[in-house]
Design a protein around this ligand. Structure first.
Ligand SMILES: *Cc1c(COP(=O)(O)O)cnc(C)c1O
Length: 380
């Protein structure tokens, strides 16, 4: 019959157009302007960080975080194997080598206990440890940071959070109870790509409580240009700043964040209830000690063949289902990257299926998706 239900598209019904018109009227459309500052300040307050620096993309935010920590050639950085490739690319841009860490079934995030024990064994053997750990909060589910903070305290390995998918998620219990994701590590990175929880058209943010590091991120993002009228640069910087146009959209979106999160969580609860009785379906991970952002709703099916048959049936029906990402270690540039752990990430990637979950999706459309999953499974 052919529906038209996309995977994750933005809702732009707040003050986006009004703020964009203000940009045009004021002439501030580029990388300086009042909306950049307003977006940064409002964002920092919202996530509970002292400083926020707006960037051209989430990838740029991660890249700046790595450079700010001094990551470079000869270093390794531990990254989740199961993530969007940008997490690893940001490490690669610095000349460092990603070490790809397997997932844990409990949260689908990098197995931080495994990484902890691996680092302890590497140190005991006299081998060099990663220069940083980049923990991705995969699909908006907070990672178990306790073993990673132990590594920071014991070996001084800084933690960077790739919170691109996890704006609004946070910890309930444990050593960082009350913290939102992105404010646990030395630096936290967010994305405002079109499919994320809020969008700026494109954009990202680095947050930190460390004023010196915030200053350094900002400096590196603006070609490392020194203040003053002359064009003087004290190191090789980047053009990674956000424009005022993007910040106008981002700020208007941020004003709606609570409503977006409420809808994302309601969508997840609706799918959970509607799919719970299907023996073939494993629902997304839930833990008692953290609240996810519920950015993307992804389930596991019994095997890759079933997943592919259900995926094809949904897509043929106009339903924007997608597989989970292939693991980073399966992409050509990363095939020889060192790996820690076994085959959990590959198994999740083989069996994972993401279902439409835009904040604009209607309850009728959710029912259509559920019916299509049930019908496809009955045939699969
Ligand atoms: C989207 C995403 C990024 C990259 O953000 P962009 O704004 O698209 O550059 C990085 N990491 C993860 C986990 C993402 O989902």
């Amino acid at each position: 019959m052919g529906h038209d239900i996309p995977l994750a598209v933005p809702s732009l019904t707040g003050r986006e157009a009004e703020y964009l018109q203000e940009c045009v009227a004021s002439g501030f459309v580029s990388s300086v302007g009042p909306f950049v500052t307003r977006f940064e300040e409002t964002f920092a307050t919202r996530v509970g960080a002292a400083h926020a620096v707006a960037c051209a993309s989430g990838t740029a935010a991660l890249h700046l975080a790595m450079v700010t920590l001094g990551v470079g050639p000869g270093d390794t950085v531990a990254v989740s194997d199961l993530t969007f490739v940008a997490s690893a690319n940001a490490v690669h841009y610095t000349g460092a080598q990603p070490v790809l860490v397997d997932s844990e079934p409990r949260t689908w995030n990098l197995d931080s206990a495994l990484l902890h024990d691996w680092c302890v064994a590497e140190a005991a053997a006299g081998r060099p440890l990663p220069a940083a750990i980049e923990a991705v909060h995969v699909l908006g589910q907070p990672a178990d940071v306790e073993p990673l903070l132990a590594l920071r305290d014991r070996f001084g390995i800084p933690l960077v959070e790739d919170a691109a998918e996890a704006l609004g998620a946070g910890y309930r219990e444990g050593p960082v109870a009350g913290h939102q994701v992105g404010t646990v590590g030395a630096l936290g990175c967010f994305s405002f790509n079109g499919n994320k929880i809020i969008t700026a058209g494109g954009g990202g943010m680095v947050v930190t409580d460390d004023e010196d590091q915030a200053r350094r991120v900002r400096h590196l993002s603006t070609q490392a240009k020194l203040p003053g009228l002359g064009y003087h640069h004290d190191e090789v910087g980047f053009n990674h700043r956000m424009t005022n146009l993007s910040a106008a959209v981002g700020l208007a979106q941020l004003e709606q964040l609570d409503a977006f999160l409420a809808r994302k969580r309601a969508i997840a609860a609706t799918y959970d209830a509607a799919l719970a009785d299907l023996a073939e379906v494993t629902l997304p991970p839930r833990v008692g000690w953290a609240d996810p952002s519920s950015w993307l709703y992804s389930i596991l099916l019994p095997d890759q063949g079933t997943r592919d048959r259900v995926l094809t049936a949904l897509v043929d029906d106009g339903i924007g289902a997608r597989p989970l990402w292939a693991p980073v270690s399966s992409h050509r540039p990363y095939r020889d990257a060192p790996r820690v752990g076994g085959e959990v990430a590959r198994d999740l990637a083989d069996r994972g299926l993401s279902l439409p979950c835009s904040v604009t999706i209607s309850d009728d459309e959710l029912a259509i998706v559920v019916a299509a999953v049930r019908a496809a499974l009955a045939r699969a």
